[in-house]
Design a protein around this ligand. Structure first.
Ligand SMILES: [Zn+2]
Length: 89
């Protein structure tokens, strides 16, 4: 996975530069965990599988394609940097 494309910008709330990109692994893990629980449920109640497959694909796809989020270590604000902004020094 390539994570180097995240551009760090100062916190829009407090102006701090003490920010870090939020790791998407947590979101991925929760999506995968939900899918696994759904699969386990389908062992007990097979029709659940009809819901689990599209829901699991959707959850994992959404978690994987989420735009990068920055987290301010000072005020705990989370925001998404504007990816469209380019060409500024
Ligand atoms: Zn802040």
């Amino acid at each position: 996975m390539v994570e180097s494309g995240i551009k760090r910008e100062p916190c829009p709330k407090c102006g701090s530069r003490n920010v870090e990109p939020v790791d998407r692994k947590g979101e991925m893990l929760s999506a995968i965990g939900t899918t696994v629980v759904g699969f386990l449920l389908s062992l007990v109640f097979a029709p659940v599988l009809i819901l689990v497959i599209p829901a699991g694909i959707y959850l994992i796809y959404t978690a994987y394609t989420l735009p990068p989020t920055l987290n301010c270590l000072d005020c705990r604000k989370r925001w998404r940097p504007s990816a469209a902004a380019s060409g500024e020094g």
